[in-house]
Design a protein around this ligand. Structure first.
Ligand SMILES: [Mg+2]
Length: 304
């Protein structure tokens, strides 16, 4: 048995994060601590993202409350599929009991720019941090404005830098085609992420065939079982995996051993607790693409 303690947290962004789906102002989550019979303590983080199919913060809190007398090893591995963020947190905490600290220095990160024109003022920070990849949200402003800013952006960015464009499912097929054309012509786009909503999987398959620029699925593959389904339905582009809401880490390792997946491990704006667990996973999975974790500048140090 492991003793469980639960600490909710509230962490506001420095400025709201804008996507095609709206604004996000505060990251709410839960830090769990597991204590084993020898008195060793390890932490895990539940950082839900219901818009990507995870449980809600309230559901996670309620789930944890049933283990106020402690949780067994068997129970940790029997967390229902509807609680993928809890699955991640509990298994990570368990593994953390015997893990060593991972240094982040060796990892390439993708630096998250603000949406819209603000990206033009901020993109030099990516270079200053030694990163070669930036990510920019699209589908937030009008297509014409964003296409114009995109041209300015690639003119400012050093030649060796590439861009990830993330539409969060907010484009139409015709808008996605225009972005893909421009991306192909620029040669500077690593991939376009989730151009269409998850319901338009077939349309994304079709789009992927017509252009050189790679497409990535993100919202479509919120959980690992969805990722496996999309692979089995023929998706051979990139998969963005938000590990902290995707389910058990051992399931992800297993999928990587079974299929040749092209992965980007990506942030859900978690604290250093889940972040550390994802970097630990990254050391075993060694994905060749930059991690979607260039996000620390979105938070001030303080949190409550
Ligand atoms: Mg995304």
């Amino acid at each position: 048995m492991y003793q469980l303690s639960v600490t909710p947290y509230n962490r506001p962004f420095r400025q709201p994060l804008q996507t095609s789906q709206g604004e996000w102002k505060t990251r709410k989550g839960i830090i769990i601590a597991l204590e084993d019979s020898q008195g060793r303590v390890s932490y895990g983080e539940i950082a839900p993202l219901p818009s990507f199919g995870s449980e809600t913060y309230e559901e996670a809190l309620k789930f944890c409350s049933q283990f106020s007398q402690g949780i067994s090893l068997a129970a940790i591995y029997q967390i229902p599929e509807q609680f993928p963020a809890c699955q991640f947190a509990f298994e990570s905490a368990l593994k953390g009991l015997t893990a060593t600290q991972i240094e982040e220095d060796g990892f390439a990160l993708s630096y998250l720019l603000p949406a819209g024109k603000k990206a033009l003022e901020k993109c030099h920070y990516a270079k200053e941090q030694g990163q070669k990849t930036c990510k920019w949200k699209i589908g937030v402003f009008s297509l014409q404005e964003e296409l114009a800013w995109f041209q300015q952006l690639i003119n400012i960015l050093p030649e060796e830098m590439t861009l990830r464009l993330d539409a969060n499912g907010g484009l139409t097929v015709s808008e996605a085609e225009q972005w893909l054309k421009v991306a192909d012509a620029s040669g500077r786009v690593e991939f376009i992420e989730q151009p269409l909503p998850p319901s338009q999987f077939q349309e994304m398959q079709e789009l992927a065939k017509g252009f050189q620029t790679v497409l990535a699925l993100d919202e479509s593959v919120g959980t690992l079982s969805q990722l496996e389904t999309c692979y089995l339905q023929g998706w051979r582009g990139v998969f963005v995996v938000k590990c902290a809401i995707a389910g058990y880490p051992h399931y992800l390792r297993q999928l990587c051993q079974t299929y040749p997946l092209d992965l980007v491990l990506s942030s859900v704006m978690e604290t250093s607790v889940a972040r550390q667990a994802v970097f630990r996973l990254a050391t075993t999975l060694s994905p060749h693409r930059a991690l979607g974790f260039g996000v620390n500048h979105w938070f001030s140090e303080k949190s409550s």
